[in-house]
Design a protein around this ligand. Structure first.
Ligand SMILES: [Zn+2]
Length: 108
């Protein structure tokens, strides 16, 4: 097999982990889930959510212009918003209008 170069084997930017110290500080600041999605929220923060996603210029700063950028959220809520975000992004790329089927007309 031919060598294909190393550009496409780099880890995705959005997949990197926060430093443990930072993660703990954020969870300490937000002990309860900041998303609080009714029906799925378990209340206690377990993960750090980026308010502005990495893909939209978000950073690992705790605050941006006085607004929190990193907040504590529970796992079910985090999964829900992550799924919604990626689903929304996927929809942007795959929204293809289905071609209308032509009426076959009356066959002889
Ligand atoms: Zn929650």
């Amino acid at each position: 097999m031919a060598w294909t170069g190393d550009r496409r084997t780099r880890p995705r930017r959005g997949a990197r982990r926060l430093p443990e110290k930072l993660r703990r500080r954020v969870l300490h600041r937000y002990p309860t889930c900041q998303l609080a999605i009714p029906g799925i929220c378990v209340g206690t923060s377990a993960e750090v959510h980026h308010v502005t996603p990495d893909s939209e210029g978000g950073t690992d700063a705790e605050f941006v212009n006085g607004q929190p950028q990193l907040v504590g959220v529970c796992s079910p809520c985090h999964r829900r918003v992550s799924a919604r975000d990626s689903a929304a992004r996927a929809n942007l790329g795959t929204r293809v209008l289905r071609e209308k089927e032509r009426h076959p007309g009356i066959l002889p």
